[in-house]
Every structure is written in C-alpha cells, then in structure tokens.
Design a binder for this molecule. Sequence first.
Ligand code: ADP
Ligand code: MG
Length: 556
Amino acid sequence: MAKHQFQTEVSQILHLMIHSLYSNKEIFVRELVSNSSDALDKLNMLVLTDENYKGVNFAPRIDIVIDKEAKTLSISDTGIGMNETDLVENLGTIAKSGTKAFLEKLSGDQKKDSKLIGQFGVGFYASFMVADKVEVISRKAGEESAYKWSSMAGSEYDIEPATRDSHGTTIIMHLKDDEAEFLETHRIDSIVKKYSNHIPFPIFMDKEEWVAPAEGEEKGHNEIVNKQINKANALWTISKNDISDEEYKDFYSSIAHDSSEPLIWMHNKAEGALEYTTLFYVPSKAPMDLYRVDYQSGIKLYINRVFITDDEKELMPTYLRFLRGVIDSADLPLNVSREILQSNRVMAKIKNASVKKVLGELAKLAENDTEKYDAFYKEFGNVLKEGLYSDFGNREKILELLKLNTLNAHEPVMFSKFVEGVDAEKKEIYYITAKMSLQMLKNSPALERFKAKGIDVLVLNEEIDTIVFPMVSEYNDYKFVNVTDAKLEESEEEKKEHEEKAKSLEGFVGQLQNALGENVSKVETTFDLTESAVCLKVDKEDQGYMMAQMMKQFGN
Ligand code: ADP
Ligand code: MG
C-alpha cells in the first residue's frame, strides 16, 4: 500500500472547505451523483468519438447502496473510471479538476456536446462532511487493473490495488455516528429526487415495496426491489419539437406542485456568447401566497441539469413572481452561493434577457389569444403593474401589456389600443385614479369636461393604480397627465364667453369667499364642469394634501 501526502494546500483547505463550503450537508449526494453523471458523460463521448473506446460497453447507470450494519453509503457508476494516476491527480489535488482539464482538451463542438457538470474540483470533498472515512474503488474504461483510494480526511490518503468487475467508480462513505439519517432509504430517495431528478442517467436503489397477496395467500408482504428513483429526463434540454403538450404539462405538475394545468409555457434556448435554457410556465390560477411578502419563488436554478436552488427570489423580478419553471445555464459555477448569484454578471444577463422574452411572449399572447390573455390578466394583471415602478427599463413594454378601463369604453382595452385614440399632436394620456367602484370614478365631476369634448380618459380604480400611475410620467413621447392637471384647448369664442361669464359672476364669488372664510383658500369660477354646479378642488402643492396622500399609500 502506498501512502501519499495530499498536495500541501489540500489538507489545509480541506478542513476549511468541509466546514464552510456548503451550508447544507445533504448536497454531498448531489456532488457525488454529479461526478458520476460527468463520468458517464465522458465515457459516452469517448465511446462515440474515440476508436480506442469502440469496444467498451456503455451501459450507463448509477447505483446507491445503503448498508445499515456497516454504516456505509455507496454511490457507484459505470462511467469512465480512474486509474492510479487519475486518482492521485483528481482526488489528491484540490481545485485540480480532472473534468476541467478534460474540457480544455476538447474541440469547440465537442465542448458543446458534453454536458459536464464539474468545473471546480471541490465537489468530491463534500463527502467528508458526513463521512469520517471515504473509499474510492475505481477501474478505468479500457484498462485491466482497479485501485482503491482511501482517506480519513486528514493529511494523507492511501492507494492500493483492488478488484472491480468492470469499469467505473464506487465511492464508499463510512458515515459519522451522527449522520445516520443518510442511511434511511426515504431520505436518500428524496434528496435524489430534489437535486438529481433530471440528470440524464438512471439512478437505482433498493426500496421496500408492498406486494399484495397472491391468490390463495392470506397476507401480502414487503419485498425489496431495485428501482430507478429519478426521472432521468431533463425536459428543458430536449428540443421543443420533441416534447408533447402532455409532457410539458406533466413536468409542470412535478415542479410547480399544482394539479391544474398551466395556462401557457415558454421554452427558450439561448445560444452564442451565453448559453442557457429557460422553461417558464404561467399557472392558470394565482398561487395562494402571491401577495404575501414571504411568497415561495417558483423558479428553479440548474447548472447543467444539476439543481442549485429554488429559493432565490432574485432570479426573476418580483412582478413576475407568478412564473414557475427552470433556468439552466452551463456558464455559472456549480458551487455558486446566494451572494455570488446576486452579483453575478452571467445571472444578470440571463435575468434581463428572460424578462424581455417573457414580456414578449405575453404580448404575443395578447395579440393572438384574447381569451387566454384575459384569463392571465385576471389573475396576474395587478402583479404585472408593480413592474411599472420596479422595472423602469421595461416600463413601456409593461404598459403595453395592461388592459385598462377607459371613460368611453365599456370593457377594458389594451393600453396600446387606447394610445391609438390619443390626440397625435398633443400626445397627452389623461388618467384619473382613486380606489373606488369603477362607476363612481367614472361619475367624477373631474371627468365632465372630458365627457363634453368626447376625450377618452384612463379610469384606474384599483389600489395598485393609485400607487403606480402617479409615478408613470411618460410612454414613448406621450405624457401621462392627471385629469386635474389637464389643460384642454378652448376656441376663441369659448374663451370670450368664459371671460364674460366669469366677470358676471365676480360678485357671487366674492360673497361665497366671505361666507366660507378661512375654510377654503380660494373660490374661483371654472368651466371644467358641465353638469355639476360646484366642486371641491385640492391644491396639490398643499403640504397637508401631500401628507394625506403619503399616509394613504402607507395604508393609514
Ligand atoms: P469537479 O467535479 O468539480 O471536477 P470534484 O471534486 O467533484 O470536482 O471531482 C474531482 C475530480 O475527480 C473530477 O473532476 C473527476 O476527474 C474525478 N472524479 C470524481 N468522481 C468521479 C467518478 N465517479 N468517476 C470518475 N472520475 C471522478
Ligand atoms: Mg464534481
């Protein structure tokens, strides 16, 4: 048996890493399964491309075996395997990722084809978070000898000859006393389903199953069956044309935990400088927690089909929080942390492009399928409006997706349709907003002069409208103008008539001013009203008024 020292940094970094690299221990399963998946990917590629591997049998599978008595958990694969040199280089050297070296040797096209997960050369050591001793028995494809690598996570590891029937690698973890939970079948089963359900190779494990009584038998019995426990289909990586609607729907129910069908889905593969795939669904009904601060994000982040997180609200903007689905990119580090994600340039680019894509798809839906769009808008229109103040860059696009009530229309109309009717020279979009019934708001005296002139006005009566629309000042070269600030054109005759009338009412106005005294700041004649005799007007510059509005927004 040959004793080896870890490369100096390794033993120093090992300790640090085991204790602080990953916040939850269960991901060691993900790391080892990912390594197996990589090893299978590598062999697959060699068998397909390299004459020397033509004779190698490629029968991809990953096996997880629990031995409660020996307190070991083993993960085996039928992948490329490692010889003695590989073991030293790959497992004795930190951040010297064999996978990365392999990738660098590949040509551009091959790189594209390979779906390698490992990039950073640290995942394997995650096994030491739960095991005090790890053994690796491996035989390289196309070679005769097998080797056993073992280490107690100290400063050294051993390599000795071993036996293995065929190529591949087995990792045996001798679990620490307080990690017995990882000897439970259901625990491992659920970890695999959570993180590795969609890696492209089958994972098998022994599971106890109830067998119903056969004829003539009185009782049924439990039986141990070796079963595939992951789906092994990364649906989003499959080409759109090869996926049926049923498959899309099934996948939705598995990731969104929603038994009703999704309203629509958007499956997009970006190629070029940045490669990523997104598959987004819009549910048909708003989730219960849509308006709660602690809502559950519906987007899962994968890196090359390896699950990273579904608890990251920054993956998509909050006004699209109704989306369910997957973002998968090969251009992010597998050990990405929340902090890295939030400041990562790649992630920011994916996010921006995805938002544009989603808004674009919704615009198409509005154009092509009014019924579906209405169903969408009924559930999520008000959430979308939040984007008017949170996503300045996409404000125009968001406005175009809104369906709003107007003074002249009986049904809500698409904003872009409304804009078509706006005076093309004045380019002023008039709106009135207050939280009250639509009919009451439409009856506001402030709208009388618009009615008289037949000018259409956006009538915005939802609470969210009262908050967001005062912050929207422009749409392209159009201006948003609150009806109370609007100056409508008067003809010369109207002007003359108004002046004369105002003059004749001077005495009356004076009397009113005297009677009301301190209660009002000013009494004046107006020609804005066509039906009502009088109205109260607030002074927008008034401190008291501004304060009251602010208090209202804070819910007081
Ligand atoms: P990474 O996967 O990021 O490269 P790891 O620490 O997870 O880093 O693994 C280090 C290296 O060990 C891998 O790059 C690979 O060369 C090798 N390796 C690990 N597990 C296996 C396996 N099951 N089969 C073959 N090689 C493996
Ligand atoms: Mg790895």
